[in-house]
Design a protein. Structure first.
Length: 268
């Protein structure tokens, strides 16, 4: 009888521990729930796996037609829409950010298709010139190396559990600036967007820049547009440009930066 009692006590302790671990992996109250609104699933599955396993977040994926009117329950919402963003989706996401949410926009969330969403670009403080603009056209460079450069080495988002394995010479596009050695993360065979113009002065905290070479011409581009955040009403808007394909999100250091954006507590 004594041995049977000990067995049940030990079993109860083990099951309790396993249950707690399962709750954390599924995203308990301490971690919170994250929503991904996207129209391309494989890259977001890669990111979701990292956030679930490393951060203990509960992850949900929806396409535009399934987005609820009220997203206030979510600790953060990621937006990864490549094609047209419907007016209702635009309104719901803007309302979420302005109402106190944490909206994290990835890659083509700020690209040429967003010209059809002027309120979105207004909130982001971004202007995109047409592709035939004579001096600074909106442009995509594909099949290139997207080198993310760290412009804020002491910031939580860029430093917490993030390794920067390379160093590169970089001249910030916030002219006049001098060339300097900066930490870098290299993403191979992906794409870069050029000439995302800021329209909100110094409202943004710029975290990341990018360096790339046009494979067709050999021209080098360096712009301070790799990642930033800004207040948006009662909430916060983040943007990170890298993320053309699943392999970009499979880079552990880049995925950690995105998780840090979920966890960081900005000061108003």
């Amino acid at each position: 009888m004594k041995h049977t009692w000990v067995f049940f006590v030990v079993a109860a302790v083990v099951l309790t521990a396993l249950g707690a671990g399962s709750l954390n992996a599924a995203g308990g109250k301490e971690a919170g729930q994250i929503l991904i609104v996207a129209d391309e699933r494989p890259p977001m599955d890669t990111l979701a796996d990292f956030l679930r396993m490393e951060g203990g977040f509960g992850m949900q994926y929806v396409e535009q037609d399934a987005v609820a009117e009220d997203l206030g329950m979510y600790r953060a919402v990621f937006m990864y829409i490549h094609g047209a963003m419907k007016p209702r989706t635009e309104r719901v996401l803007i309302d979420y950010a302005l109402g106190g949410g944490r909206l994290i926009v990835l890659h083509h969330g700020i690209a040429s298709a967003r010209v059809n969403n002027p309120e979105w670009l207004k909130m982001a403080g971004i202007w995109l010139n047409p592709r035939n603009h004579p001096t600074s056209p909106w442009r995509v460079i594909g099949n290139t190396t997207h080198t993310i450069v760290n412009l804020q080495p002491d910031h939580y988002i860029t430093s917490h559990r993030v390794q920067w394995p390379q160093t590169i010479e970089y001249t910030p596009s916030d002219a006049p600036s001098a060339a300097q050695k900066v930490p870098a993360i290299v993403l191979e065979d992906t794409e870069v967007f050029l000439n995302q113009h800021f329209t909100d002065g110094r409202a943004k905290t710029v975290l990341l820049g990018f360096h790339c070479v046009d494979p067709a011409t050999g021209e080098v581009f360096m712009q301070d547009r790799g990642g930033w955040y800004k207040p948006a009403g009662k909430g916060w808007l983040f943007y990170f440009q890298a993320g053309h394909k699943a392999a970009d999100f499979a880079n552990r250091n880049y995925a950690q930066i995105l998780m840090n954006a979920v966890q960081y507590k900005p000061l108003q």
